[in-house]
Design a protein around this ligand. Structure first.
Ligand code: ADP
Length: 502
């Protein structure tokens, strides 16, 4: 702190910046960052896999969420630490690009950080670790390509796709109903997919929840659901072959605003105004009728008088329909110029239990939709249950000798980090992690078969191919790439300056 005077001689105090900040440098900064990252990963680790635990999260306003979806857990956790926020971003990126594998990516990053901490303690420079990790991740990603398989499906043979979505759903709370939900997801994705261009626009699929009912009541509706009543109870509830007028303007005569002044001093004037308003609205109705509309869908509301007139003129209407729904209706009815080729829109309705379950089901369906979409984009798969990670770990370990001595340590550490995913799966299923992992690993090496993984559900075989547990190749590759990138980023930070009251 220093005392200074301005040009008029008035005193003021200068606070030195350093006085307000705490600063961590060098190895201390790296260690502090690593433990923050590891702390986040530790929370998610117990949620991984079909036997993973769920978390209850309560928001400040009392809303309760039960989930085991990595991205959601992190999203709702109020993390303060900047590095922890990076881990949250990591999970979010995986969610954004792939939609699944959000827990796995954080567990992998946590394991890489843990290994990096050991290497730092042995005096290896963080940059060498980062470089070693980069090399190892390239080997792993290439190896995944090598062990991947093409996955055949067609519009008439959807069962393989359904099986893959089931793998995703099996680790969720909704797994009781996984076949039903997986089938719905696949059908929905296929009906909006462009198989030639290998693309799917998930915006065309809407997942709606309704309190009450059972998980099994979930159904797929080909079309649009708009949860609204007709504007008048006496309007027909069913309209066949409707010609729909979509109005994004208010369906009512313009109302005088506060800045306008209307002088009405006689009954006649009032009558004229009323008639004028009526005529205005009558004209609007007529215009809709002239173009042959048999149903009006309006983004805005209209008053009782207008409603009555609509009823009277036999023009059924729905009011207060959201913009997104209007857009979907426009697309589905071919109004949307650029999208006339779109086959139809498939909103889905989820009838189920309470609000918490509905939200979790929506998230789970989102994951299943993403898996189906990813397979349509690229139909390569690798087997799950940690088998792909174990196989990569063996490949990375074997390649380590080729690298310069110091980086070799990091490459080997990367191989060990890959093992932490199957270890977490084993641990969460109540198995001995180290024993189980080494048994499966030696089985893979002995039989030269990358399909052996952790038998989480005690099916009786380790062969994930037999168990039909697989994941998309792009999803797994993305997990490894993203986890490596974020860990490299954390390792390269050697100075943390933060306000001292932090
Ligand atoms: P994420 O959010 O990362 O997808 P999950 O909790 O869904 O996390 O767990 C995914 C992991 O569980 C993957 O490694 C997957 O291979 C594995 N898995 C899913 N189902 C099974 C199963 N039936 N047996 C063994 N492993 C499984």
């Amino acid at each position: 702190m220093a005392l200074a005077f301005d040009e008029y001689g008035r005193p003021f105090i200068i606070l030195k910046e350093q006085d307000q900040k705490t600063r961590l440098r060098g190895i201390d900064a790296q260690k502090a960052n690593i433990s923050a990252g590891k702390a986040v990963a530790r929370i998610l680790r117990t949620s991984l896999g079909p036997k993973g635990m769920d978390k209850i999260l309560q928001s400040p306003d009392g809303d309760v969420t039960i989930t085991n979806d990595g991205a959601t857990i992190l999203e709702q956790m109020d993390v303060d630490n900047q590095i922890a926020k990076l881990m949250v971003e990591l999970s979010r990126s995986q969610d954004y690009e792939i939609g699944d594998g959000t827990t796995g990516v954080v567990v992998m990053a946590g394991a890489l950080l843990e290994q990096a901490e050991r290497l730092l303690e042995r005096g290896i420079h963080p940059i060498r670790i980062a470089e070693g990790y980069e090399m190892a991740s390239r080997i792993a990603v290439e190896h995944l390509e090598h062990i991947s398989q093409k996955f055949d499906f067609g519009a008439s043979n959807i069962e393989p796709l359904v099986q893959t979505c089931m793998t995703t759903l099996s680790s969720k709370i909704v797994n009781r109903c996984k076949h039903h939900l997986a089938e719905i997801s696949v059908k929905a994705v296929l009906s909006v997919a462009d198989l030639e261009r290998k693309d799917v626009n998930l915006d065309m699929i809407k997942v709606e929840g309704k309190v009450g009912g059972k998980l099994e009541d979930t159904e797929l509706i080909y079309g649009i659901t708009v949860d609204k009543d007709m504007s008048h109870p006496q309007m027909p509830k069913q309209i066949e072959d409707a010609k729909i007028a979509i109005l994004t303007c208010p369906f009512e005569p313009p109302k005088p605003k506060t800045k306008h002044k209307v002088d009405i001093d006689t009954v006649e004037k009032f009558q004229t105004l009323r008639l004028q308003e009526q005529k205005y609205f009558d004209d609007m109705v007529q215009k809709c009728k002239d173009v042959g509309a048999t149903l009006v869908i309006c983004q805005w509301g209209f008053d009782d008088e207008a409603n009555h007139l609509l009823m009277h003129r036999n023009l059924p209407a729905v009011r207060w329909v959201g913009g997104v729904e209007l857009e979907l209706i426009a697309i589905a009815t071919g109004l949307w110029k650029d999208c006339t080729k779109v086959p139809g829109v498939d909103p889905r309705k989820v009838g189920k239990g309470n609000k918490m379950m509905i939200e979790e089901t929506k998230r789970s369906i989102h994951d299943a939709l993403c898996v189906a979409r990813n397979l349509i984009r690229n139909n390569s798969i690798v087997y799950g249950g940690g088998s792909a990670e174990i196989s990569c770990s063996i490949a990375v370990e074997a390649a380590a000798d080729k690298y310069p001595v110091v980086e070799q340590y990091a490459v080997r550490a990367f191989a060990d980090a890959l093992d932490s995913v199957p270890m977490a799966l084993a641990e969460n299923s109540g198995l001995q992690p180290i024993e189980t992992l080494s048994a499966v690993k030696s089985q893979q090496i002995k039989e030269n078969n990358p399909h052996y993984g952790i038998d989480c559900n005690d099916v009786g075989t380790n062969d994930m191919r037999e168990q039909d547990v697989f994941e998309t190749l792009i999803g797994k590759q993305q997990q490894i790439l993203l986890a490596t990138q974020v860990v490299k980023m954390i390792l390269k930070i050697d100075d943390v300056i933060s306000p001292s009251d932090y």
